[in-house]
Design a protein around this ligand. Structure first.
Ligand code: HEC
Length: 324
């Protein structure tokens, strides 16, 4: 078994006076996301999240906002291991702004600063450790999850417990991004202002950041299919039938689907080959009803053959779980 979660090595090296091996103080993200409260980059109360695959971010629980992101390693634990504590930990990468406004979420009107922001905590997905932050803006309960589809890509997902009677807005500085894409029903009403209408209970905001040539430091590639799903597919495909940008994977095995292939409609029963094709050539067969959806990403740029095999196996295993 590979060790999971937090790996803090190197204490022995300190005792022996060996400080050259700084790498040993890194908190390594393996196959579960890590959530670490600390002080970093001038934010005394940070919640740092290291996602498997080399994407990390800081959530600020005071303003309840995504503060910044970085690609590379997670955190350098050396000050905790060798100092008097206090939890000031350097990040192992370059801090990247995503343009988030001081209070990005507004209820009712885009230019109306919230009266109250209350942090309620976070829950974590059991299988992957990925956190969902829970907070209230002017009394409206909001859940937020942050994901990345790959280098220079950041996705902010917002869920609202109930459909309200006021629109909500997410504000950011558009100059920090090279592109903003949003899920159906959600609109960029003016540069940097995204409107989530009152009747929408879910929104996905995909930000493209300026390209950098940063290498992923000491990245741990994973072949855990469920985890690869969580990192790369979960944002658009749920497992429980919930509406997202693509069809829910719980419908994969429930019966034939109608797809458009070469401009013609045909019925397909999902099998391993169909799933593999959907991943490798997402545009070959488009599921009926999803013609206008945000296109599926080309994952072959990010994942290798072994990782794609693991994903296919995971999707096939859902059929067995369902007993279908
Ligand atoms: C940006 C959103 C998005 C992401 C991310 C995404 N997909 Fe999709 N996916 C779609 C859309 C939209 C469709 C339906 C249109 C089509 O068939 O291409 C789809 C269709 C599929 C289908 C066919 C589903 C069916 O019911 O027939 C499979 C299988 C699939 N995706 C697998 C994946 C896997 C595996 C990943 C992660 C590596 C992934 N997708 C990531 C948007 C996405």
């Amino acid at each position: 078994m590979k060790p999971r979660g937090l790996v803090v090595a190197g204490l022995l090296a300190v005792l022996m006076g060996d400080t050259a091996q700084s790498q040993k103080f890194d908190i390594l993200v393996q196959d579960r996301a890590i959530v670490q409260r600390c002080s970093t980059q001038g934010l005394p109360r940070s919640i740092a999240v290291g996602m498997p695959g080399g994407f990390s971010y800081v959530f600020d629980p005071v303003a309840c906002r995504l503060a910044f992101v970085w690609f590379g390693g997670f955190l350098d634990f050396r000050p905790e291991a060798t100092g008097r504590g206090g939890g000031r930990l350097p990040i192992l990468g370059t801090k990247r702004s995503v343009g988030t406004a001081e209070s990005p979420l507004r209820i009712g009107a885009a230019d109306q600063e919230p009266m109250t922001i209350e942090f309620d905590g976070y829950r974590r997905e059991v299988a992957t450790g990925i956190p969902t932050f829970q907070f209230r803006v002017d009394g409206v309960p909001i859940e937020q999850r942050v994901l990345s589809f790959g280098r220079d890509q950041v996705t902010v997902e917002l869920s609202f417990a109930s459909v309200g009677d006021a629109p909500r807005f997410y504000c950011l500085d558009p100059k920090a991004t090279t592109g903003i894409a949003v899920s159906d029903g959600v609109q960029v009403v003016r540069p940097g202002v995204i409107e989530i209408p009152a009747e929408e209970s879910w929104a996905q905001i995909r930000l493209s950041l300026p390209h950098t040539a940063e290498t992923f430091a000491r990245q741990q590639p994973t072949t855990n299919g469920r985890l690869l799903y969580a990192i790369h597919c979960m944002a658009c495909h749920t497992l429980d039938g919930g509406k997202r940008i693509g069809p829910s994977f719980n419908e994969l095995w429930s019966g034939p689907r109608v797809v458009t292939r070469n401009g013609r409609s045909e019925e397909v029963v999902a099998d391993e080959a169909y799933i593999r094709e959907s991943i490798l050539k997402p545009q070959a067969a488009i599921v009926q009803g999803y013609e206008k959806a945000n296109q599926m990403i080309d994952i072959t740029q990010t994942l290798d053959v072994e990782q794609i095999d693991a994903l296919v196996k995971f999707l096939v295993s859902l059929r067995l779980e369902d007993g279908k």
